[in-house]
Design a protein around this ligand. Structure first.
Ligand code: PAF
Length: 283
């Protein structure tokens, strides 16, 4: 695996591959890689000849009071995992390379509607930062396909909308969430949890499973959401939000919708965890 930090070096290698008629798959990450990230690389191998991964802790998607300084950085370990997964190039730009004029003067991309609620509401500006950096990375790498984990369900919808709205010739491949045997969705932020908190955190996915069963027979979604939030809080976490939504638009689900997603975020110790579950109702 080659590691490159500059846009010029990366473009040179990608243009050599393009001249050989090879296709490019891309997996953008913020590092601190776990099995969920590696499943994205594995999926990308199924769709493209050469795989580019990036590690960039993107300052634009962190709010003023968020964890950018403490966000876990484990570059040596990450490289070993990417080598083992047969990644061809790792792109590791600095903030100066991605935002040479600074964040204030950077052109940005804002995807309306799907960016607005849920994590968009709890973390103002977060999705502007995500869509801007992913747009830049797409322009730098110019991949044929790019893989994103469904653990960040709203992020996948935001990126899918950006690609459609801006006519980007890139296929977005959503990859199912990897979970611990306890059901806890894998996340770099699980590193903030103590052993006790890790066991408490399993109640997030348990509550989603409970709610997914309930929505099959009960259309009183607001009452169900209240009960689900109470379960999360009673387990020792603090619910940030829990909603039952249309799986693509992310609008609040109606009793007629068949493809739903349950989206949730909760605070557990120092970590803010997110999780979701798609539910398909019988037609
Ligand atoms: O999901 C992430 O790790 C980040 O939001 C992404 C897509 C790499 C953009 O910084």
């Amino acid at each position: 695996m080659q590691t490159v930090a500059t846009i010029e070096q990366l473009r040179q290698q990608i243009s050599d591959w393009r001249q050989q008629g090879l296709t490019i798959g891309f997996v953008p990450t913020m590092g601190n890689l776990h099995a969920g990230h590696i499943s994205l690389i594995e999926e990308a191998h199924k769709h493209a000849d050469k795989i580019v991964a990036s590690i960039f802790v993107n300052p634009m998607q962190f709010g003023a009071n968020e964890d950018i300084d403490s966000y876990p950085r484990t570059m040596d370990d990450d490289k070993q995992k990417l080598i083992a997964a047969n990644t061809d190039i790792l792109f590791t730009p600095t903030p100066e390379i991605i935002y040479p004029k600074g964040l204030e003067n950077q052109t940005y991309v804002e995807v309306p509607d799907v960016s607005d609620g849920y994590c968009g509401e709890s973390r103002p500006g977060h999705f502007r930062g995500v869509s801007t950096v992913v747009c830049k990375l797409f322009n730098i790498v110019q991949p044929d396909i790019a893989c994103f984990g469904l653990k960040d369900y709203q992020q996948v919808q935001v990126i899918q909308s950006m690609v459609e709205d801006l006519s980007m010739p890139i296929t977005i491949i959503p990859v199912p969430t990897m979970r611990e045997s306890s059901g806890l969705a894998m996340s770099s932020r699980n590193n903030y949890l103590t052993a006790d908190e890790k066991s408490i955190a399993t109640n997030l996915s348990k509550t989603l499973l409970w709610l997914a069963e309930e929505v099959k027979s009960n259309k009183n979604f607001s009452a169900l959401i209240e009960q689900a939030a109470a379960k999360i809080d009673a387990s020792g976490m603090k619910t940030d939000y829990i909603h039952i939504s249309h799986a693509r638009t992310l609008n609040p689900a109606t009793a007629e919708d068949k493809k739903l997603v349950i989206l949730a975020a909760a605070h557990c110790g120092k970590a803010r965890l997110i999780d979701n579950l798609q539910v398909e109702l019988d037609a």
